[in-house]
Design a protein around this ligand. Structure first.
Ligand SMILES: Nc1ncnc2c1ncn2[C@@H]1O[C@H](COP(=O)(O)OP(=O)(O)OP(=O)(O)O)[C@@H](O)[C@H]1O
Ligand SMILES: [Mg+2]
Length: 215
């Protein structure tokens, strides 16, 4: 069975697509099968030279087939890339995915948007992305994470995906030989995905025990 990860969120430009590709490349570098699924009707599929599968799920019926078929791949990853401004699609995918990841950048706008999404998708987890590697910028940005963590305990990943200039490579026409920088970012992002699963499982267990306790 493949783990289905939905990378979503209402706001545009939060790094959904880049993060999805980083996760796929990272999975492959860690020797685990992975496929990327495009769902945004306004985008195209660029499969050239990619070491992971690239699937066109822009049609709802095809997407449903892709999801069903993924269940016969052992220990794989199906990374479904959302598209901004499609709240109904976000909801539907979040219900089908094993984990929904909502990337956000260090801005007030992104923070407000991700807080709304965390509210409407109770099974989702927020991921700081394109995070500054500059110490001073990081301190300010950490306050955003802390505020979000306080509002949504157990639902904010502590390890950010760093700002990496060359991530543009990932969205280029071909990904024949990714640079070391991109490969490192990909491994780091995949490791974060694994931590997200643990955080999510821990949160679930906690919710369940508190429900049992309340009953
Ligand atoms: N880790 C990163 N470091 C630096 N730049 C990044 C990173 N991730 C994404 N970017 C840049 O941010 C921009 C937006 O990223 P991307 O297209 O992945 O966002 P998106 O959420 O998929 O947008 P849309 O909502 O339009 O689909 C791109 O220019 C991309 O190169
Ligand atoms: Mg995108």
């Amino acid at each position: 069975m493949s783990s289905i990860v939905y990378v979503g969120g209402q706001k545009g430009g939060t790094t959904k697509t880049t993060t999805s590709h980083l996760m796929c490349l990272g999975a492959i570098l860690r020797k685990q099968p992975a496929a990327y699924v495009l769902t945004d009707p306004h985008r195209r599929v660029k499969a050239d030279g990619r070491p992971y599968g690239v699937l066109d799920g822009r049609d709802g019926n095809v997407l449903a087939q892709i999801i069903t078929a993924s269940q016969s791949t052992k220990n794989g990853w199906l990374i479904v890339d959302g598209g901004g401004n499609r709240p109904a699609f976000d909801q539907a995918m979040a219900e089908q995915a094993h984990l929904t990841i909502l990337p956000f950048r260090a801005s007030e706008e992104d923070l407000e948007a991700v807080a709304r999404d965390l509210e409407t998708m109770p099974d989702s987890i927020a991921l700081p992305s394109a995070w500054s590697t500059n110490k001073h910028a990081q301190e300010a940005a950490q306050r955003l994470i802390d505020a979000l963590k306080q509002a949504f305990p157990g639902r904010v990943i502590d390890r950010p995906v760093w700002f990496v200039n060359s991530t543009a490579e990932l969205l280029g026409a071909s990904l024949e030989s990714p640079s070391t920088t991109v490969r490192n970012a990909a491994r780091h992002t995949f490791d974060i995905l694994i931590s997200s699963f643990s955080l999510h499982a821990a949160k679930r267990a906690e919710d369940e025990s508190s429900t049992v306790g309340a009953a």
